[in-house]
Design a binder for this molecule. Structure first.
Ligand code: FES
Length: 157
């Protein structure tokens, strides 16, 4: 009778066992570091401040004085009867306004990660121009023209 197994040296066995153990350890470490994925909803995000917008004549107006829009680079979530908008200050006199409804499944985009808008539902990410930069969102956010006069931003919806 003959054996069909291939003999394995003690050195080969130990090397294989070490590789398996190291692989399992790294897998555990990387899974514990979850959130590093650009599509993860558990990343380092902050909740945008909310500002009330006044709607009239197809325009939503937002007063900048005393709001979180005082600094260039800041952004807020504007709530109005015409809908929700992501409003960001790009210079002393310029703002960008985006639809605040995620194109994935319609959640309100209420979070930010630096200059990136983040949907809290499944982690879709959009840049300040509304383009998708990560996550399951299938399309960009609609952008609306804005004007800035006498401390008031007007979003033309
Ligand atoms: Fe925004 Fe799913 S609804 S990522």
């Amino acid at each position: 009778m003959s054996e069909t197994t291939v003999p394995v040296s003690r050195r080969q066995f130990c090397a294989g066992a070490c590789q398996a153990a190291c692989g399992a350890t790294f897998a555990t470490l990387f899974s514990a570091c979850g959130g590093s994925s650009p599509t993860s909803p558990g990343g380092m995000t902050t909740t945008l401040g909310k500002v009330a917008g006044q709607f009239a004549n197809s325009r939503v107006q937002v007063s900048v004085a005393g709001s979180a829009l005082a600094d260039v680079g800041s952004a807020v979530l504007v709530e109005s009867i015409a809908g929700v908008f992501l409003l960001a200050r790009t210079s002393e006199t310029a703002f960008t306004a985006l639809d605040g409804v995620c194109t994935h499944q319609g959640c309100t985009i209420s979070d930010a990660d630096g200059a990136t808008f983040v949907c809290p539902c499944h982690g879709s990410r959009y840049n300040r121009n509304g383009q998708v930069t990560g996550g399951p969102a299938p399309a960009s956010l609609r952008q609306y023209p804005t004007t800035f006069t006498n401390g008031v931003v007007t979003i033309n919806v």
